[in-house]
Design a protein around this ligand. Structure first.
Ligand code: ZN
Length: 514
């Protein structure tokens, strides 16, 4: 970091103000150049937010350089990059002059810092050095000639480089998504929770590029249920370019996304690291930026963005410490006791009938797993039911589930039902190849055989909790499954020559937590 008079004056201002909350070891704000001027995103709205995020708490002093617009002469656009600790790009547009591009390459390769935000990685598809700086890019005609897709493979617990043919750049619907830290030893991520939610944003997928000297710090699962790739896509990356440091964030599609605490926190930490190679910002506790609800920051009036996370959810009153309260208001019955109205069968051929106010499922030899599924989808909810399963039969209740277009196979999280000793109350990922989502299963006898057992389930954000009676069995974070989908009462397939077995459900009720 270079020392100059203006930063000395700014440092003096910090020391004399009452808003010293940001733990920088030196009181000198980072000297940031923020580039905009063209973008297929609303850069005139987002630049002030990036600026406010970085300047909050006198963390940085931002100078904005606005490049000429589309078709305009670029010759005069020649910022003096070396005057700054770090350059942040909110620019996605036409090429700069050869001289300016060369100057930028020299600046970064000689030790300058660079931060690319969201669509800035769509820019300059033909500029070789730029693509090596950003590691991965999207759109602009990028394809297999530009480099691999880089993805985290959960089954192999590592990143793979996929050179298969195809375009670069993709995103599904804008939804909140869970970021998972893959390198917690890096200064940028060392102070962050292991996983945390970003508010609704574009989750970039299928980025491709040289990916040289690149370290992926965090990924997010791009959910096919919302138009995603089904891959764990890189979201936060660092790249070494010569002696320079690059921080790449794909977050930040619009103002709403940039209000996300995950965006703001990672941008500030990444910008400091790109500038100085270290992060002095305080660690962020999971209580502030966690995986239950996506938090927003308030950079314009917060002296410490990390400390001012507020819930973006409309329901922040969920008490995760207690089981769902059956006396609470808002419970709605999903079964009228007389008919299967509101339900449809998927997948197998097991029989479902209504008898004495219960839904009875009977196995059918040779059938795959069968599911009686709710016609409606549910995302954040509490669910309760009583169930009585024959010994020897495996059953369960699907939540937030989908069925495949081809073949109709039902998949998603399943709350296990099984006579004791067994895995009753644990959560299994049906038909996804993931196996058990609840990894630790110390309790094997919560289910009382030969009678109805009360289940209580809470699904909120990525958190899923299960009780049988008053015993808590599961309490997990599941960033990989969809957070919305149907319910399904499972009758498992059986071995030839066994059965028939029955499983009965009654008093099935749901309570909306949105
Ligand atoms: Zn976007």
């Amino acid at each position: 970091m270079k020392f100059r008079l203006c930063t000395l004056l700014a440092a003096f201002a910090v020391l004399t103000s009452s808003t010293i909350a940001v733990a920088q070891d030196s009181a000198k704000p980072l000297n940031v150049l923020l580039i905009d001027g063209q973008n297929n995103h609303k850069w005139k709205e987002t630049t002030p937010l990036i600026q406010a995020t970085l300047e909050s708490g006198d963390f940085a002093k931002v100078t904005v350089a606005t490049a000429p617009g589309k078709g305009e002469d670029k010759a005069g656009f020649a910022p003096k990059f070396s005057d700054y600790d770090v350059v942040v790009s909110n620019y996605n547009g036409e090429a700069w002059s050869t001289e300016t591009e060369k100057a930028f390459e020299t600046y970064v390769s000689e030790g300058g810092g660079f931060v690319t935000v969201h669509a800035a990685d769509n820019s300059f598809p033909k500029w070789d050095a730029y693509n090596r700086m950003i590691g991965l890019g999207g759109w602009g005609g990028r394809n297999e000639k530009d480099g691999p897709y880089v993805r985290w493979k959960e089954d192999q617990k590592k990143f793979t480089r996929d050179m298969s043919k195809g375009g670069g750049g993709q995103h599904g619907k804008r939804v909140p998504f869970m970021m998972v830290v893959r390198d917690a030893s890096h200064p940028i991520t060392a102070g962050l929770p292991k996983s945390f939610l970003q508010v609704a944003d574009e989750l970039y997928g299928k980025l491709r590029g040289p990916a040289e000297n690149m370290n992926v710090l965090a990924t997010a699962y791009s959910n096919p249920a919302t138009g995603g790739t089904g891959e764990h896509e890189p979201i936060l990356m660092t790249i070494e370019f010569g002696k320079g440091r690059v921080f790449h964030t794909t977050l930040g599609h619009d103002v709403a996304a940039m209000n996300g605490l995950a965006f703001q926190t990672s941008l500030r930490r990444g910008t400091e690291w790109a500038a100085n190679g270290e992060v002095t910002l305080p660690a962020v506790p999971a209580a502030k930026m966690g995986s239950d609800e996506a938090a927003t920051g308030a950079p314009a009036n917060a002296s410490d963005v990390e400390g001012d996370g507020q819930s973006a959810s409309s329901n922040s009153n969920v008490n995760f410490d207690a089981a769902p309260d059956l006396k609470a208001e808002g419970w709605k019955s999903l079964f009228d006791g007389k008919s299967l109205d509101g339900w449809n069968r998927k997948n197998g051929t097991a029989k479902y009938r209504v008898e004495d106010g219960t839904i009875v499922g009977t196995t059918s030899e040779g059938s795959p797993n069968s599911f009686l599924c709710s016609n409606e989808n549910y995302d954040n909810f509490e669910l309760t039911f009583e169930v009585n399963v024959d010994e020897g039969l495996n059953s369960g209740v699907q939540i937030r589930s989908q069925s495949r277009e081809k073949g109709g196979r039902v998949y998603g999280p399943q709350v296990e039902i099984e006579s004791a000793p067994g895995e009753a109350g644990y959560i299994y990922s049906e038909a996804t190849g993931r196996g058990w989502i609840t990894k630790e299963q110390p309790i094997k006898d919560a289910y009382k055989n030969g009678k109805f057992n009360r289940y209580l389930v809470r699904a909120h954000g990525n958190r899923i909790q299960v009780w049988i009676g008053d015993q808590k069995i599961s309490d997990i974070q599941d960033p990989e499954s969809s957070t919305n989908g149907f319910l399904g009462l499972q009758v498992h397939g059986i071995k030839a020559g066994t059965g028939p077995y029955e499983v009965s459900w009654r008093d099935i009720k749901i309570r909306d937590l949105n």
